[in-house]
Write a protein that binds this ligand. Structure first.
Ligand SMILES: [Cu+2]
Length: 462
């Protein structure tokens, strides 16, 4: 049965008939307006943006419950946000909007009062955005009897909705995450808390692209990057005892005992982290983090395919409870932004700085430009000025191509196989709190990925 109970959703009969024909499913919850379709990129590496036509992009974030795969062969029960009617995914979609857009996010709480057992009310907060409204009034902390119940107006289980809106006035990298929520009929519980809801996976990334264009991080010429090499590193953690308690609906979990055993990058642990976006064996973890780039080249003619004058960018974010000192090996990055603000002086002076390890604190975001330069131009025609050790005397990794020269593959010693595809280099990038690169004790897993340097274009790399 169709009922139009929301004052804004009371169309004429003729309109109602066409709604029935076109989108009766959408109207099953009367308060939800049909939204402009949001679409997700399908690129196999790099940031996967979910976009909606501007200048008034509209997204529906629906709460879901599901499972993710972890590197030690176990799974974790999680909550998450999915766009529209999409199935559970972790982490939430990467929402990409443009500076000046009026962004609408409809939070739809598809949890029911019985499933999952601990189904909470959920709200959304947008750290770094100003003048956020919730159902047309200022979004603000909610109090019941003087006690804080959530950081914003909350959507009740059973398809309750709250429509948040704000003008994306500043470019940069931002989080969106749950602000918690108390059920109308309930009393505050473990599951009301944003601390628990965020730990359970109710978070995602918001990228605001500057007016200067999608290949800039900010409205500054020196924030330009190669648009085809834009990467995300959303860092998080899991205490499986909390997730198990939530799955069982146990309210006795004591957050004072919270202690993460898993740490993830874009919702995956190494080695899954370096698999392509949308890897088939990770159906609910769509986002990889392998950063494939080409050598920086500012001297070739612009018509030369090897010409590659712009750096790459990684947008780091943390939803964890502790510092994540993340660093790519091999080269410093250039930190150009923090928490959605360019590193600039009062007169616009360039305050960016080079850094080897970037320490991503809880709730922070960092924007870091990086590149790889073939400084000495070593090749078989310009060999390194020392004699190469005999390969049989070396221990080589599974990514080594048999040659120290970029773009060259040589036979590997008998019995040693390689995953190298075209003489590319792999440079590890990992969280340097070494206790965090485990999965409940399985060493060298977790928040680890690689920078993959492919030979200059054109190349025969897959
Ligand atoms: Cu290291």
């Amino acid at each position: 049965m169709l009922r139009f109970t929301h004052p804004r959703a009371r169309p004429t009969l003729a309109l109602a008939v066409s709604f029935v024909l076109v989108s009766s499913v959408l109207l099953s919850s009367a308060a939800v307006r049909p939204t402009a379709a949001a679409t997700q990129d399908l690129n196999t590496s790099g940031v996967v943006c979910t976009t909606s036509p501007g200048p008034n992009p509209t997204f529906t974030l629906t709460t879901r419950a599901g499972y993710i795969n972890l590197p030690d062969g176990t799974t974790a029960y999680m909550w998450g946000f999915s766009e529209g009617t999409n199935p559970f995914q972790h982490p939430g979609p990467v929402l990409c909007v443009n500076e000046g857009d009026t962004v609408t996010v409809i939070l739809r709480n598809s949890f029911t009062t019985s499933s999952p057992k601990s189904a909470p009310a959920v709200s959304l907060i947008f750290p770094g955005q100003e003048n956020v409204t919730a159902d047309g009034v200022p979004s603000q902390p909610q109090l019941v009897g003087g006690a804080l119940t959530s950081l914003a107006q909350a959507a009740q289980p059973g398809d309750g909705t709250v429509t948040y809106s704000f003008v994306a006035s500043k470019p940069g990298t931002f989080l969106y995450e749950s602000g918690g929520g108390q059920k109308t009929s309930g009393t505050p519980s473990l599951y009301s808390s944003p601390q628990v809801q965020v730990r359970m996976g109710l978070f995602g990334t918001l990228i605001v692209r500057p007016s200067m264009g999608a290949n800039y991080a900010y409205d500054r010429a020196d924030s330009q990057f190669n648009a085809s090499t834009e990467f995300l590193a959303l860092l998080s953690e899991i205490d499986p005892y909390l997730n198990a308690a939530v799955l069982k609906g146990t309210k006795a979990f004591n957050m004072n005992n919270y202690h993460p055993r898993y740490w993830l990058i874009n919702g995956r642990g190494f080695p899954d982290s370096i698999a392509d976006n949308f890897a088939t064996w990770l159906p609910s973890q769509p986002y990889g983090s392998l950063a494939t780039i080409h050598p920086l080249n500012t001297t070739a003619a612009p018509s030369d395919p090897a010409y590659n004058p712009l750096p790459s960018i990684t947008r780091y974010l943390s939803v964890g409870t502790e510092d994540y000192p993340f660093h790519p090996h091999g080269n410093n990055g250039k930190v150009i932004g923090r928490d959605g603000a360019p590193l600039a002086g009062p007169g616009g002076q360039d305050m960016s700085f080079d850094k080897f390890s970037v320490n991503i604190g809880p709730g922070q975001t960092w924007d870091v430009l990086f590149s790889w330069r073939d400084n000495e131009d070593y090749s078989e025609a310009n060999p390194i000025p020392v004699s190469e050790p005999n390969l049989q005397n070396l221990t080589v990794g599974m990514f080594y191509g048999g040659s120290p020269y970029l773009g060259v593959q040589e036979p590997m010693p008998p019995g040693i196989s390689t995953l190298n595809e075209c003489g590319e280099f792999y440079i590890i990038a990992h969280n340097h709190a070494l206790y965090q690169i485990t999965s409940w004790g399985v060493n060298m897993t977790g928040p680890i990925t690689y920078t993959r340097v492919d030979p200059p274009l054109p190349n025969n790399c897959p």
